[in-house]
Ligand binder design. Structure first.
Ligand SMILES: Cc1cc2nc3c(=O)[nH]c(=O)nc-3n(C[C@H](O)[C@H](O)[C@H](O)COP(=O)(O)OP(=O)(O)OC[C@H]3O[C@@H](n4cnc5c(N)ncnc54)[C@H](O)[C@@H]3O)c2cc1C
Length: 377
């Protein structure tokens, strides 16, 4: 016997929960049988913090844990202080996000939660079929954020992991400015890679300090901790204790993630919502799902990023992967040569061609130009 649902959401992380939230708020779940599947069950943990910048209020504004009006960037020769109006840099913790969305979904009488792996997910164009343990299930429509494990050497597109580890610290003295986040601080040994720390202060004594590395060689936990310890010692003058840690990996690639197969729609990282050159996902995903809820059940406006921007990112990632330029100069120079709001709009995929030409004119044109052309083919 096959258990049938109108809508299946495979994966109850950021993308799965956000999809249900946007569709539910727009009234698209009314009267529909919906199943939400995840082997981890109902998520509650502080397993990640989503930072992003946006103009005005977003769909989860009341969950914003902290916001910054200024950001800094640093490398060995430049220290930039940027007012980012009309943007604000925001951080939402997974704890509040999971609690908020799950509480909203609890009001939905037709939602069934299944703590299980979904396997053998297939679409024949009309129906999506999958297994939950021994049980065979089908759905008229399914959204999947099940990870796609890519191997960098098997794809032709550029690929770099962004691997990172962060500490939530509390210091003994007032040392942080809670209005200013250090977006990228490359004043840490680079070892031929792009390595930077970032600092997101919540109060004068509490901050998230994180190290991120763009490379395909990961470190041990001790390796990341060593970088953070050295960074703290070099730039912050107070003793501190670590309250909480987080870490992970974000694949950065312009691999053409399929958007759908029939009525199986791919969402989140699996659906290419991650910006290849930065790893930022949250903002573009919410923008995509807001649009999807407006056009549902028309799925013709699915792409999370404009195709032009994917081409720019192929260029940028290839330059970093081949070591033609280093991230410490490339990213800081982009902010040094442009108003910060132009760079931030660009990284959100929201610039005009004219603004993009202005940005390109501030880069190393021979390297960017030749790599751009090469990545077209
Ligand atoms: C630690 C960390 C910090 C990040 N910080 C930021 C940030 O600051 N800003 C930003 O924009 N992006 C950030 N990202 C990137 C991105 O926003 C997150 O990875 C985001 O969680 C991606 O959403 P997702 O739904 O695609 O994946 P996930 O949130 O990982 O959800 C996928 C879900 O699928 C489930 N699953 C896996 N296999 C199966 C299966 N077979 N059947 C059913 N369910 C399955 C998993 O249990 C998981 O719950 C961060 C990523 C990490 C790892």
């Amino acid at each position: 016997m096959i258990t049938h649902y109108d809508i299946a959401i495979l994966g109850a992380g950021l993308a799965g929960l956000s999809t249900l939230y946007h569709l539910g708020k727009a009234g698209h779940l009314a009267g529909k049988s919906v199943v939400l599947v995840d082997p981890e069950g109902r998520k509650e943990a502080h397993d990640r913090s989503w930072s992003f910048w946006e103009e005005g209020a977003g769909p989860f504004e009341e969950l914003v844990y902290h916001r910054w009006q200024k950001v800094t960037l640093h490398n060995q020769t430049k220290n930039l202080n940027c007012e980012i109006s009309p943007y604000e840099y925001k951080l939402i913790r997974s704890t509040e996000f999971y609690a908020h969305v799950n509480a909203y979904l609890d009001t939905s009488p037709n939602l069934e939660r299944r703590t299980s792996l979904a396997t053998e997910v297939q679409s024949d164009g009309e129906q999506v079929t999958f297994r939950l343990g021994e049980e065979q299930c089908s759905a008229s429509l399914a959204f999947s954020s099940l990870p796609l494990h890519l191997r960098p050497r098997q794809i032709k597109q550029p690929y770099l992991d962004q691997h990172f580890r962060g500490w939530f610290v509390e210091t003994e003295e007032d040392i942080f400015d809670p209005t200013t986040a250090a977006l990228m601080d490359f004043r840490t040994p680079q070892h031929g890679e792009s390595r930077f720390c970032y600092v997101m202060p919540f109060t004068p004594r509490r901050a998230l300090v994180e190290v991120a590395i763009f490379s395909n060689e990961h470190l041990t936990t001790e390796g990341y901790d060593h970088i953070l310890k050295e960074y703290m010692a070099a730039h912050w003058t107070s003793d501190y204790r670590i309250e909480h840690t987080e870490g992970g990996n974000i694949p950065m690639t312009t691999y053409p993630f399929p958007l759908r197969k029939g009525n199986l729609i791919y969402i989140g990282m699996r659906g290419g919502a991650t910006r290849p050159s930065t790893g930022y996902t949250f903002y573009a995903l919410q923008r995509q799902l807001t649009r999807l809820a407006q056009t549902f059940p028309d799925f013709n406006k699915l792409p999370p990023w404009p195709s032009r921007h994917i081409q720019y990112d192929a260029t940028l990632l290839r330059i970093l992967q081949d070591g033609k330029l280093n991230g410490a100069e490339l990213f800081v120079d982009l902010f040094a040569g442009n108003p910060p709001e132009r760079v931030l709009a660009f990284l959100n995929g929201e610039t005009s061609i004219w603004q993009e030409l202005q940005l390109m004119s501030t880069t190393n044109i021979p390297v960017f130009g030749s790599t751009f052309v090469r990545e077209l083919f």
